[in-house]
Design a protein around this ligand. Sequence first.
Ligand code: NAD
Length: 542
Amino acid sequence: MSNAIFTVPKAINEPVKAYAPGTSERDSLIAEYKKMLNQEAIDVPMYINGEKVYTTNKKPMSPPHDHKKVLGHFNYGDASHVEKAIEAAMNAREAWANLPWEQRAAIFLKAADLLAGPFRNKMNASTMLAQSKNVFQAEIDAACELIDFFRFNVQYMTQLYREQPESLPGMWNRLEYRPLEGFVFAVTPFNFTSIAANLCAAPAMMGNVVVWKPAESQMYSAQVIMELFEAAGVPAGVINMVSVDGPTAGDVIFKNKHLAGLHFTGSTGVFRHLWKEIGNNIENYRSYPRIVGETGGKDFIMVHKSANAAEVATAIARGAFEFQGQKCSAASRAYVPSNLWPDVKRILVEQVSSFKMGSPEDTSNFVNAVIDERAFDKIAGYIDYIKTQNDAEIIVGGTYDKSVGYFISPTVVVTTNPKFRTLCEEIFGPVMTIFVYPENEFEATLQLLDGTSEYALTGSIMSNDRYAIQVATKALENAAGNFYINDKPTGAVVGQQPFGGARGSGTNDKAGAAMNLLRWVSARTIKETFVPPTDYKYPFLG
Ligand code: NAD
């Protein structure tokens, strides 16, 4: 039994390695990348109750930048595997929920240290291979952000547990933070390895058991996540990974009375569908399932006439095109005042034209491939559409080629139509649409921006005029859950900029913050009276 109130190590953000030429970190990561690229084809199992489950239905995995190369296969399951995963989770639940919190904390602190050390190269290299991230994008996601999620969430967990009510004389009021009474379904997107792991780890850390369905295009790095959990000591059955098609998983999961929560990140349409499924089954559940979903975005850069053109162009170049624009936070629309446009255009076209595109193995490539053929065709379709419109013009990019990998050149579109389709819809690729507004119509343009898309995830204001910054901050109060001043709208860091958006962009439960962890517990209030009364009569009755 614990007989002390423990404090946990203070969380500090994991330093981002630079991977500059000649550094040992760069050499060892590229060596790991090559080793994994050329190793014997791997066979990624499902993980149910701590056991590796293989099937005869095997699906190939290839790097998006080299789609003819087969890295291996993953095993595709069916409804019976989902049933088994739920059963395993429910069987593991009691022991896990009753494990003292410091033991759970230790597991995830160990996962952080393993990832900062022996797992770092493997996690980064698998993310470069599976999701076509360059070394820097892999490092900030798969290593640093995930390490931060583990360490900061342990700290937030203890802060949450410390929240206790007042007690008047004669009584003691206590709050305990019970895990949810059932299992959590984690459904994760392809684009961040850290999000995939965190959507399982956050509920598990709070004492919950999890059934996890990763995106099919992330299976190669998903396996490394399961290896990390295992090495850190997550017990069998606590986190179960199934690779099945979404509707098949949903059909079993959403009908199960023990569903206690959905931890989702992905597109808005899928999230709305899953929410409806839960609604349709609401009478069948033992408790009301917690629904947490972080979804799409149409993230903006709003520029005031006082801004610096080079700063604006650079924010657009990085914010829109890093990781091929496949970040939920990626800038995909910008509103530039007419006085700055000639300079912004010149610098932006110069910068974007200088990007190198290709495999992440060549670290001089700023841009790599988009995730798969479906995404490629969808983005190429948008580019084709733009080319047929007479109120929009492509000023750089606009080409694509899937002969070797799914490569789309970073594309900048300028439109004279403030409601042009690509100013409204999430494309999730390297396409930035710019609307140039009359420089003295700043406030009207803020209203326009606010009403143009259904999303409200991230956005920024660039200005050297403090009054204009204040006006934009107020006018765009509900247009973004993460709002930046004189910065690009990407690159949120755990512990520094809690992340999430509202409106069509999600439930805004801020991943990597105490707010998120609160969703995975059900508080029980305990009131203890020390000397109970012995007569029912209150004084007023006399
Ligand atoms: P997606 O919606 O296509 O898929 C997400 C997950 O849902 C995958 O695991 C997929 O297999 C699963 N899924 C799809 N249909 C399902 C169904 N009927 N039942 C159960 N599961 C189902 O998203 P994606 O392409 O992997 O990721 C890109 C999207 O994610 C973008 O819209 C992006 O903005 C969003 N995203 C948001 C955030 C955020 O924090 N707001 C972060 C990352 C990504």
